[in-house]
Design a protein around this ligand. Structure first.
Ligand code: 5GP
Ligand code: MG
Length: 189
């Protein structure tokens, strides 16, 4: 992972961890790897929303396999910047995934609870295969064992925003990923 940089362009950030150009490059590489691995097979993408929206929309365009897209919405079980409790499905799948190659995509793998829950749910639907792709991985934070098949960047244990990731629903539209200024990590800031 690149060294953190302070940025005048994003005053809400303490530091930029991953620039827009670095994201673009890595998303392109992940797309190539996924294309190679699936060798022309049709893919059913399941995006965990809202966080994965920007990543999925960019990654999909790097993969020219026949593709279907479904979304699953998981309740935010986070209290401010820390997880607590258990994630819950609040809007489930609409496509039939039985005997399909499913690629499950999320923004970030943190404690592992969300992806463990959604993977378990998808496996029950008997897909032909299930792989998991995340843009970010905070390896040091796992509370349940979980590894993704594709990881964009491993990052340190810091609360990050941008490129789909929010704090209290804000900052999703930042084109880079960075650490939110501590004084903004309060409700209503
Ligand atoms: P997990 O269930 O693995 O603990 O967390 C997964 C979810 O928590 C992610 O989908 C994401 O929505 C949220 N999350 C975890 N770490 C961060 C972070 O650093 N920043 C933001 N904005 N969300 C996070
Ligand atoms: Mg999320």
């Amino acid at each position: 992972m690149p060294a953190a940089r302070r940025s005048r362009a994003y005053p809400e950030l303490d530091s930029v961890l991953i620039t827009e150009a670095e994201i673009r490059r890595r998303v392109r590489q992940l797309g190539q790897q996924i294309r190679r691995d699936y060798a022309g097979e049709p893919i059913t993408v399941i995006a965990i929303i809202n966080g994965a929206i920007l990543f999925v929309s960019d990654l999909m365009r790097e993969i020219d396999n026949p593709m279907r897209l479904d979304c699953i919405r998981i309740s935010s079980y986070r209290n401010k910047t820390k997880s607590s409790g258990r994630p819950r499905v609040i809007q489930s799948l609409t496509l039939d995934v039985r005997d399909r190659h499913v690629l499950l995509i999320d923004d970030i793998l943190d404690t592992g609870k969300t992806l463990a829950l959604v993977s378990r749910l998808v496996r029950k639907l008997r897909p032909a295969s299930l792989r998991v792709c995340v843009l970010l991985d905070k390896k040091g934070r796992r509370e349940v064992p979980f590894e993704a098949d594709y990881v964009g960047f491993s990052i340190p244990n810091k609360f990050v925003v941008g490129y789909g990731l929010d704090f209290a629903e804000r900052y999703r539209n930042l084109p880079c990923i960075g650490v939110l200024r501590p004084d903004l990590q309060v409700a209503g800031a």
